[in-house]
Design a binder for this molecule. Structure first.
Ligand code: SF4
Length: 364
């Protein structure tokens, strides 16, 4: 029942997702205990190193330049700014820093060099370093690996079938290509999705097929509940019910037994009791800090109090994979190629949020 399989079908996953809840929870918790310490939790802190002004049209995202949201664009942070935030996260109990930049894809040049320096700096603080920078080439992945990157995040977001309803400025196959490029290095893969974007349960199962049939399966899978942001095309979506989150997490645990499953965006809407059920169902990682890029998140002190109540221990860095070595820029085997990769731009267009645009124009 709990061997690692790479041939899950959508029907099998749907049957798991739709089981009576008590049966689903029992099966997921049993598998979880076989592969993980159920009382250990990995804590990550997300730092937005470059905020807003993004050229993409992800329908859920407050950082897309084309929508009219509360987010003001900011340039790339400096290395000392990021180091200071990482040190604060470390002293609050985080073992991992995830740096997010609102880019479509990485471009070779001074900004990427600056991100590489951030990776070197944080790895030297003995923290796990993750980046989410958009699409990357194999050479760019190798350069991140040399700098000491522990994980690269690139979410599939939803099913391949539903993807074009949410994002039209890039294709699903480009997501998979980026994951493949990361896999050619020693960097671990973090890839998951968002529920509550209007997708069907079949779409959720289909996304889990895409993730679980990757070889190897991602080391980390974030499961996000949509935080509907005013001004985005998905602003009117109803919040996801806790039962849907629990079912999604339990199903993910059953089909990807060894993966760390991260309870990500949307936690502010989940009670402590609800979060405890998500941990029982197999979630063993969270994002900490009062902001997730641009959306609210519980305060880390509150999370630590919750762990105390639940008798859970924050995981130390590098408990599951060894710390990568940092190679300095001058010793790099992978010089910048100055590539201009042709990532796809499908023709489908997401409706711009006209309602929000008109509202904003009236206010200003
Ligand atoms: S999710 Fe990322 S790529 Fe998409 S609009 Fe937001 S910042 Fe850009």
């Amino acid at each position: 029942m709990s061997e690692i399989r790479h041939n899950w079908t959508k029907d099998e996953i749907l049957r798991i997702y739709n089981k009576p809840l008590m049966d689903l929870l029992y099966e997921a918790a049993t598998i979880h205990r076989k592969y993980h310490d159920p009382n250990t939790i990995q804590v990550s802190t997300l730092i937005s190193v470059k905020t807003g002004g993004c050229s993409e049209d992800c329908g859920y995202c407050a950082q897309a330049a084309r929508y009219h949201t509360h987010v003001e664009a900011e340039g790339l942070l400096t290395v000392p700014q990021v180091k200071a935030q990482a040190l604060r996260a470390k002293s609050a109990g985080s073992s991992r820093v995830c740096m997010g930049a609102a880019w479509r894809n990485v471009k070779d040049g001074p900004e990427f060099d600056q991100v590489l320096e951030m990776v070197r700096t944080i790895n030297k603080l003995d923290m796990e370093v993750c980046c989410t920078l958009g699409m990357i080439t194999e050479n760019q992945a190798q350069r991140l690996s040399e700098a000491g990157l522990y994980a690269y995040n690139h979410n599939l977001d939803t099913s391949e079938e539903y993807y074009k309803e949410v994002i039209s400025t890039r294709g699903y196959e480009d997501r998979l290509q980026t994951i493949e490029n990361v896999r050619k290095t020693n960097i671990t893969v973090c890839s998951g999705g968002i529920i509550g974007m209007g997708e069907s349960v079949e779409d959720r199962a289909s996304m889990l097929v895409s993730l679980s049939t990757l070889y190897p399966q991602p080391e980390s899978v974030p499961i996000n509940a949509l935080v509907a942001v005013e001004g985005t095309p998905l602003e009117d979506q109803k919040p996801v019910e806790i039962w849907e989150m629990i079912r999604m997490i339990a199903t993910t645990r059953i089909v990807m037994p060894t993966t760390q499953i991260r309870l990500s965006a949307g936690r502010t809407h989940i009670s402590r009791e609800g979060q405890a059920m998500c941990f029982f169902a197999g979630a063993n990682s969270i994002f900490a800090g009062d902001k997730l890029l641009t959306t609210p998140n519980p305060d880390i002190a509150e999370d630590m109090r919750m762990f105390e109540i639940l008798g859970m221990r924050p995981q130390k860095p590098f408990e599951t994979h060894p710390q990568p070595q940092t190679i300095e820029a001058e010793d790099s085997q992978y010089p910048s190629l100055g590539e201009k990769p042709k990532w796809s731009r499908p023709s489908h267009k997401i409706e711009r949020n006209e309602k929000a645009r008109i509202k904003k124009e009236k206010i200003s």
